[in-house]
Design a protein around this ligand. Sequence first.
Ligand code: ZN
Length: 487
Amino acid sequence: MIPRSFLRAFVFPAAECFTPTRFWSLYKATRRFQYQDDAKRKEVRSGHLARVWNAARNTTLNLQRLHEVGLPDIPVRPDEVFALLEQLAPVSKAAFRRHFPIGVTSAGESADWRYQSTAGTTDRMTVVADFRKRDHDRASELHALYLALGTEIGFPTVEIPPNACNLVCGLIDTGPPSFLGYLWQAVRRRQLFTREALTELRGRFERQFVFRLHTLPPLDPMAVPQLNEVLDQYLDQIVRLRPNHLRGFPVYLLWLADRYRDRSLPPLKWLEAIGPYGGLASPVMMERIASGFGSRFLQKYGTSELGVVAASCGHSSGMHVFEDLFHVEVLRQGKPVAAGQMGRLAITDLINTAMPLLRYDVGDVGRLDTTPCRCGRRTARLDVLGRAQELLTTPNGVLTASDVADLVFRDSAASNFRLEEVAPNAFEMSVVARSSLGTPDVEALRERFAAVHGGVRRLRVRLVPFIQPESSGKYRFVFPHAANEVI
Ligand SMILES: [Zn+2]
């Protein structure tokens, strides 16, 4: 293990002297930004956006969008760019896919580009990120860790992603997984200074010494007795590894936390924070996970195409938006809603000039909170409430996946569910019981859902041994009857 102080005082500054990376300086700047006054923050954001906007003028898709709303294709200044952005219609993943790659990237392919894809299958999207964008991504990973742990490097993290390919696949066929093992192989083969070797070494250095990551494989769905055996094996590994930070797909964390509580094991004193790895964590899920492990659950929101967008400071609800890197808007029918109201998230990436994302409809719904936070940071806070395709229209208004998950998981005997609207206002719900010791109160569940919905014609609830995830490895909770554009 390399001492944290050595990394901070020597390794990172040296990396900035001898290589193009600036992630350590960027990390410190993004932390400072959160406390700066409104005028200064606006100046930084406007400068970033003008740069992205002017790069977007080199792409067919964005030129079409300018043309559609009658905006001229001319260079813009920082002081006018936010007013122009408001005039652009949001753009969907489908539009990016149609124009990818030539119509959405700002110049001919460059050697420092990387292709980053989302894990979804139906709405999969690939984004091009240049070196500068990836450096900012590294900085914001550190920033999210700082918000969760009060420090950022060298603290062991155990992570359980929903899909085995998220991080480890790149390491499988490319040589020894450890930094020193790979270094030795590269020296023996006289390949140390090749671009590939240096990239692989940097990845291993970050995993092993900066983030100290230990990745466990995704949990497969199975019936309770077998699942409990597997959960026990995972818990034993977590106890052995003593991580300060545990990240996992939220449904897995719920199972593990419940199982930990059921075994009446002592609180994990070294576990300082728990966070999500993709997927939705509703308030009741977060509460169950936190109390099961006797630790804190801190929200984080990001996607593979954008990087980390927002993270919780733990002092209030919602996640601080990294506003120097992203402009997050909440829209209904394409128009911004007031703070506190729920709508579709349209995100503008203020850094990525290789593939500009202006008012990108990311497919999630949420709301913004602009009231002051006790931590002193001045940025807006974001709540993410699920996928737009999971919204239910009811006589009582729109129900999000987070609302429905809270309804179900309030029953501590429920460990997973799937709600399908088979005909308008007629539902079938599959619920998985947490253990053989108790079963969910189906009648109470039916009443709770009917009361919140206000117009249920039929609701059939059945207990099932397990539920199959989507092909991405993630569980989706709600399947509305028609994929309607509710908001
Ligand atoms: Zn805060």
